[in-house]
Design a protein around this ligand. Structure first.
Ligand code: ADP
Ligand code: MG
Length: 240
């Protein structure tokens, strides 16, 4: 009975996701169709460069949506938990994201006390910090700052991604992580959903502190590998 209930619940969330994706794809599709119909009407005329560019950017949008969606809907069993050094991962990711920070004349700083092991899937964890850093870069003004900090606090590894950007309004704060919730014109609203799903699978949690106009901090906690109780976890997806 319980298994059946869980299965139905999962189906329900899959249905909701699929409906959301269909909805998000319909807009760019409609506009691509419109542009092509326009070109058909003006047959003989060479399509203008700006029209072609608009079509391409709508196709890019669909591509972006599908790519992010794939991460959310990826096969859950694939998660391979191994001892990984969060410090190493964060060094890689902050280095990789430097170029985007520089584009905004912003400072992206990373501080840690050295190696910090967690049981995790390195690629998925990378994705979490990339998504959080992208949001931070998008939220900060020119010349802003982003501070990433890694600390070991008892049995937990704590990663803080702090920015001095736009901040998040209280009613938006409640909706964070809901698939397709975005306040950006070109946003997908999937980045944070992916973060929440991955961190949940790693038995961690995400906390958000934000004040409008001041900035935002995402605080992510993961169990450290040294913690022996972690080794007994067999099914990372089991509902606690
Ligand atoms: P997207 O970035 O495509 O909008 P996300 O799931 O990554 O989707 O983020 C959802 C929303 O959360 C954003 O549209 C934005 O309103 C808010 N948000 C996330 N991170 C930040 C941040 N660091 N500062 C301000 N707002 C943020
Ligand atoms: Mg995002």
């Amino acid at each position: 009975k319980e298994l059946e209930r869980q299965r139905l619940e999962r189906m329900d969330s899959v249905n909701q996701l699929a409906a959301g994706l269909a909805h998000e794809i319909r807009n760019p599709l409609t506009s691509i169709k419109g542009f092509i119909q326009l070109m058909q009407l003006r047959k003989g005329q060479v399509p203008s460069a700006s029209h072609l560019e608009l079509i391409l950017s709508e196709i890019d949008r669909i591509e972006h949506l599908v790519n992010e969606f794939r991460q959310l809907a990826r096969p859950v069993k694939k998660l391979s938990l191994q001892p990984v050094d969060l410090d190493q991962i964060l060094q890689d990711v902050t280095l990789f994201m430097q170029s985007q920070a520089i584009n905004k004349n912003a400072v992206l700083d990373y501080q840690s006390q050295g190696s910090c092991m967690v049981l995790g899937d390195a690629n998925q964890l990378k994705q979490v910090w990339i998504n959080l850093l992208r949001n931070a870069v998008e939220a900060i003004p020119k010349g802003g700052y982003i501070q990433v900090t890694l600390l070991a606090a008892g049995e937990e590894a704590v990663v803080i991604v702090r920015d001095n950007g736009a901040g998040i309004a209280p009613d938006a704060l409640k909706k964070l992580g809901t698939p397709f919730f975005t306040t950006k014109e070109k946003g997908t609203g999937l980045g944070l959903s992916v973060c929440y799903a991955i961190i949940h699978e790693h038995r961690g949690r995400i906390q958000v502190e934000s004040s409008l106009g001041q900035g935002t901090a995402f605080i992510v906690r993961l169990p450290r590998e040294e913690n022996p109780s972690m080794k007994m976890v067999q099914d990372p997806l089991a509902v606690p």
